[in-house]
Design a protein around this ligand. Structure first.
Ligand code: TPP
Ligand code: SF4
Ligand code: MG
Length: 249
């Protein structure tokens, strides 16, 4: 059977993502989910000031950029005033788990019916690949840890998705993009996050393990292999919580 993959209608401009970057795949999955669910007209893209910022111009959606790490607060304000809109956050690990961790904790605790997609590439991608306190792995060389992250001087990463899922909100799950199977699974997680909003349920947090070939100094293929073999071993691909009962399968 021949299947033709068409571009979702709401992707209207080429973005400037580096080759092999996961942000563009995630942008596409978001656009596909919105289109398939028929909610593109009422979607609002709350985008962080980091590499994901390209999606503000790249997608024909209502959207807003907010200060780095503060998009959970921005999205909370929008959702409270426009409860029938589909409000989602596209942000990185540095914004969500390091610089903006307070905002992420608050949106979890308030269980705001918003969909948050955290792109975990283990570094501050946009600013040149510095260590991200929550996610850079021990031993990983970055521009701020050129000899590799050292536990005694740089502290250790942690599974923030697992930690946050102790709070009382709707849905928390982690996906990845290193194979067609994982891309399809991640799409289902993102779709579930949007469906929760359509059904007036609570906050959905979807983390996606993603490659940053540029700052990891790896080819796109080698970077994806690293996500599969190294990063996913530290940050398991699973559903952490689901009031609606989605299984890991
Ligand atoms: C309050 C504030 N702190 C720092 C910065 C600089 N800054 C912009 S993007 C970024 C890191 C981005 O990393 P991440 O959130 O992981 O996104 P990525 O680019 O890796 O997808 C930083 C430190 C800023 N713009 N505002
Ligand atoms: S620097 Fe990294 S995160 Fe940013 S666009 Fe390039 S590959 Fe993607
Ligand atoms: Mg990052």
């Amino acid at each position: 059977m021949i299947q033709t993959l068409r571009k979702p209608d709401r992707i209207v401009q080429p973005c400037g993502f580096c080759g092999g970057c996961g942000h563009g795949v995630i942008q596409r999955l978001i656009a596909e989910c919105l289109e398939e669910l028929g909610i593109s007209d009422r979607a609002i893209n709350c985008v962080d000031i980091a590499c994901c910022f390209w999606t503000l111009d790249g997608m024909d959606l209502d959207g807003i950029a907010g200060p780095h790490g503060r998009l959970p607060a921005v999205a909370t304000g929008i959702k409270k005033t426009r409860p029938d809109d589909i409000v989602y956050i596209h942000a990185g690990d540095g914004a969500s788990y390091t610089i903006g961790i307070a905002e992420t904790v608050h949106i979890c605790l308030r269980d705001v019916p918003v969909t948050m997609i955290v792109v975990n590439n283990g570094v501050f991608g946009m600013t040149g690949g510095q260590m991200s306190l929550g996610t850079t792995l021990l031993g990983q060389a970055t521009t701020s840890t050129p000899r590799g992250r050292n536990e005694s001087s740089n502290g250790s990463p942690g599974d923030f998705l697992q930690a946050l899922s102790q709070f009382d909100f709707e849905f928390a799950a982690r996906g990845a993009l290193y194979s067609v199977k994982e891309i399809n699974r991640t799409k289902q997680l993102i779709k579930k996050g949007f469906q929760n909003q359509m059904e007036k349920k609570g906050f959905s947090l979807i983390e996606v393990l993603s490659a940053c070939p540029t700052n990891w100094h790896l080819s796109p293929v080698a970077a994806n292999k690293r996500v599969e073999e190294v990063v996913a071993a530290q940050f398991p691909l699973r559903v952490y919580k689901d009031r609606g009962g989605m299984s890991d399968g």
